[in-house]
Design a binder for this molecule. Structure first.
Ligand code: F58
Length: 832
């Protein structure tokens, strides 16, 4: 056989004589019917919705393949510098509409389906989203890969293909009950498995010293266990570019070698058990939002996907290239500390497999990694016990020790005699147990460290990592988060999008700064009326959805007051609930007439980590308050609480466009950034919020008069903490607060049981770590101002329009540009 010669070009031409991707109504119909018949194996007349959806999704997927193949070929040929975004979570949300938008096939698909007497919207609504993330961090990764593609940056997302994503939340008697998220049972039409590109990942065993051919002392890792990492590719199409990037998620499979070994011994049961153990690695997403416990499987997951990703990049993209140029070819972005084990892994590859010396290996490694931190809560900073790490990854532990030794040498040199500082900065903590501080390892092993909003980055440098920023001030930078306007405006809010297109043209979708052109329209009465009509229509759409999805009946004519985010004490859902109970209490006490209340629908959406007791108690309390308030005759239907179960990306896309008021009420200094806050503002909701995370920047941009600020700022929080915080004192002096708390303790929401919510209430009164009671008065007074402001329709709408006009900054396209300018320095490579 002749070896293949010549360029890629003639081959492509040949292939394209035989096949073409569906771009017209006719070819779309034909591909759809082909998919239905030859891939699904059904006839149109017998097809179930599932068959139709699968066929449609595969048809749209096929329209992305040419761009995908061309993108890979072009980037490989150009040896383009690639951004490799390493993230344990990618919370992608539904794919169909986004793929249609990016391929500009929405209308083609609609018409093609209509000609077959099928309805595109019905099939779109049928899709179940892959929930491969917990919340903000995972959703941010999804927005970032969207923007990377839109900006034609060579990029690849690396993560884990969890068999079970974030649990499906249900409520039983008002309590959260978790159901497994079996998103893969019907198969995902969006993935392309590539078992031939599987890589082996090792665990356990020991290390050995030996002398190589040149007589140099070397170390090798002799692992005890192997797992196969099987890649599944997802195409990430860019908006208004032909580029299609890749998201590569790894699935764990037992290796043949170890299967066979046990199988041959006749111990079938243990062969199966061993297989299960291996495949457990990618079985389930950790829903932990609170403290990381000693979770061996979690560390295995982290190493599993990082080792597979590094191997994949080095072997398939770089192939035999000289690794000394690695920092010019790739940048590994660490999305929080979950992938930090990649730092010692790259060191191991360079030292043990490629034979580089320590200094050169360290120089390459440090120049290749960067680290994004997403938290300020000390308990959320990952540590891995030396014991566990040494057992699972003995060679990595040795390397970490050596990194630490060199690093502490530098600290001692810089600060002679300051042993306290050395202990504070050590990558290894000694107490309460010997453990590796992953955030420190990430900081030492990276070129740049960034926080996710201006305030967060400042607090990172001044508090959490202060010793490190003193040593390396130039290492620290900020990149304020952003959200993709394709999904969270264009797709989710077609009404607003149409209005924007007419007013300022269509260019805003990938150049969100253009929203500024909307500013003058805030003073245009007829535009305001149209804007209001869109908001009203969005509420009605949401009301219809909720009736159908949850059987919840709501009025559309009300102020939509929305708090959606993970349930966490620092986010303070309790503060929102105390406000609701206060409104009810005022009516019960006759201080306010129900008929004077501004009709308000309070929407909560929140999942609690399954092991987080307080969060689950708060969910229960919200549901019990809702049950009473929603049926209280005294309120005449003017105050309603809706808590639809299982808040996810799909629901967010319908709910956010309907919101009037966005609740961003974390204790100042605790929310790193928030991204929901951005989505609401961009969809014309006003924010009631603390001076926290990205709220700070939102308020600066929209102006004080278009933002409801309340509560202590971070220095005030710190001062109160230093003085000694006593929550009970607030209860004692504030009658409104006392009224709300006493109402909960009275048993009114718990069938007379006065102890039902003691766990929550006594914590508030005697601990209240997140100072709910301290901010209560300011919050409730500000809510009273909201109510007055909302009644002035024109002024409110004006503010809402200005929120849209002034928040273009929060597109993830801008975040990505900031990463490129400050950290990645990878040029765009649009394909022809
Ligand atoms: C979030 N973190 C921050 N972590 O809380 C939020 O302020 C920020 O806007 C967002 O990241 C994006 O930067 C977050 O979502 C997690 O979900 C972790 C997942 C792994 C277990 C621990 C929580």
């Amino acid at each position: 056989l002749e070896p293949p010669t010549g360029s890629v070009q003639p081959v492509t031409e040949n292939i394209e004589r035989f096949i073409s991707s569906p771009t017209t109504v006719e070819s779309f119909k034909s591909e759809f019917c082909r998919q239905l018949r030859y891939e699904q194996g059904v006839d149109l007349v017998d097809a179930r919705t599932e068959d139709l959806y699968q066929a449609l999704a595969r048809t749209v997927r096929s329209a992305m393949v040419d761009g995908w193949i061309a993108t890979q070929a072009s980037h490989r040929a150009a040896k383009a510098k690639t951004v490799a975004y390493l993230s344990a979570e990618f919370l992608m949300g539904p794919q169909l509409e986004n793929a249609l938008l990016s391929t500009a096939l929405t209308e083609v698909a609609r018409t093609a389906l209509a000609e077959l007497e099928l309805d595109l919207d019905e099939l779109t609504a049928y899709e179940t989203e892959p929930g491969l993330g917990n919340g903000g961090l995972g959703r941010l990764a999804a927005c970032f890969i969207d923007s990377l593609a839109a900006k034609s940056i060579p990029a690849i997302g690396y993560g884990i293909r969890y068999e079970y994503g974030i649990f499906r939340q249900t409520f039983v008697d008002g309590r959260q009950v978790e159901q497994p998220d079996r998103w893969l049972v019907k198969g995902s039409p969006w993935e392309l498995a590539q078992p031939e590109n599987s890589v082996t990942v090792n665990f356990g065993g020991h290390t050995e010293q030996y002398t190589d051919e040149t007589g140099a002392p070397r170390t090798r890792w002799v692992p005890a266990e192997q797992v196969l990492a099987v890649p599944y590719n997802y195409m990430v199409p860019g908006f208004e570019t032909r580029n299609v990037n890749t998201l590569r998620l790894w699935s764990a499979k037992a290796t043949d070698a170890f299967d066979l070994q046990i199988f041959n011994s006749g111990d079938y049961e243990s062969a199966v058990r061993r297989q299960t153990v291996a495949e457990n690695i990618s079985k389930v997403l950790y829903p932990e939002d609170s403290t990381p416990q000693g979770k061996e499987l979690r560390l295995k997951q982290q190493y599993f996907f990082v080792a597979a990703s590094l191997r994949d990049y080095l072997d398939t993209v770089l192939r035999d290239d000289d690794l000394s140029t690695l920092p010019e070819r790739v940048v590994f972005q660490l999305n929080d500390t979950h992938p930090v084990i990649g730092v010692p892994e790259l060191m191991r590859i360079l030292l043990d497999e490629r034979g580089l010396g320590w200094d050169e290996a360290w120089d390459i490694t440090r120049r290749t990694f960067n680290y994004t931190c997403h938290t300020l809560l000390p308990e959320a900073l990952e540590v891995w016990s030396v014991d566990l790490l040494g057992r699972l990854l003995p060679r990595h532990l040795e390397i970490i020790y050596r990194i630490n030794e060199d690093f502490l040498g530098l600290v001692r040199e810089t600060y002679p005699g300051d042993e306290l500082r050395v202990r504070r900065m050590s990558i290894i903590q000694e107490r309460p147990e010997r453990a590796v501080r992953m955030a420190f390892l990430a900081t030492v092993g990276s070129t740049k460290v960034n926080g996710v909003a201006a305030l967060h980055s400042q607090l990172l440098a001044d508090k959490v990592l202060d010793d490190f920023s003193a040593l390396w001030p130039e290492k620290f930078t900020n990149v304020t988060n952003g959200v993709t306007p394709r999904r969270f405006m264009r797709l989710s809010n077609p009404g607003l999008s149409g209005l924007l297109d007419e007013a300022i043209g269509t260019g805003w979708t990938n150049d969100l700064a253009q929203l500024a052109k909307l500013e003058p329209f805030a003073d245009d009465a007829s535009f305001r009326a149209e804007f209001r009509a869109v908001k009203q229509a969005n509420k009605e759409r949401f009301v219809r959805l909720l009736a159908q999805r949850d059987g919840i009946e709501l009025p559309a004519d009300a102020l939509y007051d929305v708090m959606v985010k993970r349930l966490h004490e620092y986010k303070r859902q309790m503060l929102k609930l105390l406000h609701v109970v206060t409104l009810y209490d005022r009516v019960l006490k006759g201080e306010v007439k129900a008929s004077d209340l501004q009709p308000r629908v309070v929407v909560f959406g929140a999942k609690a980590a399954p092991g987080y007791k307080m969060a689950k108690e708060i969910i229960h309390l919200i549901n019990r308050v809702a049950a009473v308030v929603n049926n209280a005759p005294e309120l005449e239907g003017r105050l309603r609480i809706a808590f639809p179960a299982n808040y996810n990306v799909t629901l967010a896309e319908r709910l956010i466009p309907a919101a009037d008021l966005s609740e961003q009420i974390s204790l100042a200094g605790k929310e790193a950034s928030g991204t929901g806050n951005m989505k609401f503002a961009l969809n014309g909701a006003l924010t009631i919020g603390t001076d926290d995370g990205a709220n700070v920047e939102i308020r600066q941009l929209v102006g004080d008069e278009n933002f409801f600020l309340f509560g202590m700022d971070e220095p005030a929080v710190q001062a109160l903490e230093d003085r000694g915080y006593n929550p009970t004192s607030y209860y004692e002096v504030d009658a409104g607060l006392r009224g709300a708390i006493d109402l909960i303790s009275s048993g009114l929401f718990s069938d007379g049981d006065r102890t039902a919510f003691e766990f929550v209430i006594s914590d508030l009164l005697y601990k209240d770590r997140f100072m709910v009671l301290a901010d209560y008065r300011s919050y409730v007074d500000t809510q009273d101002r909201v109510e007055v402001a909302y009644r002035d329709e024109d002024a409110w709408t004006r503010s809402a329009i200005l929120n849209v006009a002034r928040t273009g900054f929060f597109t993830s396209d801008r975040s990505i540009q900031d990463y490129l300018d400050r950290i990645w320095h990878a040029p765009a490579k649009p394909i022809a």
